[in-house]
Design a protein around this ligand. Structure first.
Ligand code: C2E
Ligand code: MG
Ligand code: MG
Length: 500
């Protein structure tokens, strides 16, 4: 049987329909592909726009540096890492000196170009460090690393501003002031940027072109300082001042050798104010003389009380530069020693290295008189000033206290170990005993003993405590770690005889 014949019309209709469908399919495919390409292009454009938006939000338009928010986020992460692996970092706040003058004299366009050049110089000097522009001419940089390294990098950044900036074909010399706050040394992570800012303001106030490291007194504003000074005037009479004591112990025998008196102000509203805050205020407002005299008298009174209880150790007080320059300082010390019948060699005057090195006639006289009075002199915070061996030889010192900064770096910093080694050798060659302050870990203690330190002081052994608590701590049944400590290095001292 033959299949039924299709009519030519039907055949051509079918063929035409198929062709139409095929064409429609091709057109649809082309359109679909084009749409997909366009979609992809659109997606890419959208992505680019997003990233530009992110950039605009995260980066400063003018300089391309991070914004404050981005910087704070980076700082948060870096500080958390420090907490985790006990590392350290620094925040540098940089402000241009006289930027307003440039802006006023040359116009804002040139000022903007200068800010761009400054940003480039910051990133060149400290590559890999997160940097941001906070406002106007203020920049902030996060520098990871040990304290000593951060200080070195701060100097490097300062140095980078020595060369003039090329702006519109003109060389423009612009200096800067830098404030440095270290973490964790200078306090909580939330205060870091503020503290670095306060330090930068201090550098500017001191004339600019330099860097300042944060000190607690910088965090107190001018109005607060005036208020503190006013209240400090009556603090002695109101019995708001108190001495707490921190022991020094012999590195080998672990016997107590001394108790250092550290001043506290129990403020009725503010709580305990640390000496780092109020001593500079007292110095600036001429109050340190009266406060210093109270400290000498109170420490001597306490030393006599301890002696009566059978405790045998030196008592140390800290003297400020102002006190050392007071003509009657040694008279006062001698009078207090006599009144409480104390042996002068059991009384230590701690004087910071920077004060001790002031080579003035008046400080020299004070040292000569301290020597002839027979009191024990200690050079505090050693390593932070710029002593020469010759000037050290002239002092009547019997003790050097290595600054906490070197001790805290000891485990990680080769430089700090080298410095401690050199200081110990030098001090021993001059018959000085070496005390390491701020010992916080057993590893630090072991290294310090190995390097030849004679005495140790720090939170590892005891924090500063009340006189009563110290007496308990130093007695046989006191609350201290077993085997850490034995009562006293010294023989009993009798009270000096009363004057006839
Ligand atoms: P300084 O004489 O070098 O005292 C050491 C400071 O380090 C004390 O702080 C002490 O509490 C702290 N410290 C001790 N061990 C450790 C440790 O292991 N880790 C850490 N992180 N810190 C430790 P404080 O009591 O706040 O005193 C600060 C400074 O104020 C003293 O430094 C001293 O220069 C000054 N000062 C204290 N009392 C007086 C005073 O009666 N007169 C004068 N002129 N200055 C004083
Ligand atoms: Mg001291
Ligand atoms: Mg010290």
């Amino acid at each position: 049987m033959t299949p039924p014949a299709q009519t030519p019309l039907l055949e051509s209709l079918l063929q035409g329909g198929l062709l139409l469908m095929a064409t429609a399919l091709v057109v649809a495919l082309v359109l679909y592909n084009r749409q997909r390409r366009r979609g992809r292009r659109l997606g890419r454009k959208l992505e680019a726009a997003h990233s530009r938006l992110d950039n605009a939000l995260l980066h400063d338009r003018l300089t391309g540096l991070k914004t404050r928010e981005e910087f704070e986020a980076s700082l948060e992460i870096a500080a958390a890492a420090c907490d985790r692996d006990r590392s350290t970092l620094g925040v540098l706040m940089l402000g241009l000196d006289q930027f307003r003058v440039v802006n006023d004299a040359f116009g804002h366009a040139l000022g903007d170009t200068l800010l761009q050049r400054v940003a480039a110089r910051i990133t060149e000097a400290l590559p890999g460090c997160a940097a941001a522009r906070l406002a106007g001419d203020e920049f902030v940089v996060l520098v990871p690393g040990q304290d000593a390294l951060v200080r070195q990098r701060t100097l490097k950044l300062l140095d980078a501003f020595k060369a003039p900036f090329e702006v519109d074909g003109q060389p423009l010399q612009v200096g800067c002031s830098i404030g440095l706050a270290l973490y964790p040394l200078h306090g909580a992570r939330q205060r870091l940027t503020t503290n670095a800012h306060a330090a930068m303001r201090a550098a500017k106030t001191a004339g600019g072109g330099a860097y300042s490291e944060y000190e607690p007194s910088m965090g107190v504003n001018v109005r607060e300082q005036a208020e503190l000074a006013h209240e400090l005037r009556t603090a002695v009479e109101r019995r708001e001042l108190e001495l707490v004591y921190q022991p020094k112990i012999d590195a080998l025998s672990l016997q107590i050798t001394a108790a250092e008196a550290l001043l506290r102000w129990n403020h009725p509203r503010r709580g305990v104010v640390s000496p780092g805050v109020f001593i500079p205020v007292a110095e600036r407002h001429g109050l340190i003389g009266a406060i210093g005299n109270w400290v000498i008298e109170e420490a001597c009174r306490q030393a006599a009380e301890w002696r009566e209880q059978g405790l045998r150790m030196r008592v140390a007080v800290n003297l400020s530069g102002f006190q050392v320059r007071q003509h009657d300082l040694v008279d006062r010390i001698e009078a207090a020693l006599k009144a409480h019948r104390l042996v002068p060699s059991r009384f230590t005057c701690e004087i910071t290295e920077s004060v001790a090195m002031e080579d003035t006639k008046i400080t020299q006289q004070a040292f000569d008189r301290l020597r002839s009075a027979g009191v024990h002199v200690s050079i505090d915070d050693f390593g932070t000033g710029y002593s020469s061996l010759a000037s050290l030889r002239r002092l009547p010192a019997a003790e050097l206290k290595i600054d906490r900064a070197f001790v805290s770096d000891l485990e990680t910093s080769h430089d700090s170990r080298a410095i401690v080694t050199a200081v110990v050798q030098m001090a021993h060659s001059m018959d000085l005993r070496v005390v390491a302050e701020g010992v916080e870990t057993e590893a630090q203690r072991d290294l310090l003993v190995l390097l030849g330190c004679d005495e140790l002081q720090g939170f590892l052994f005891a924090k500063p405590m009340s006189a009563k608590a110290l007496a308990l701590w130093a007695s046989d049944d006191g609350p201290r770690a077993e085997g850490m400590f034995r009562p006293s290095l010294f023989e009993d001292t009798n009270a000096l005889p009363l004057d006839p």
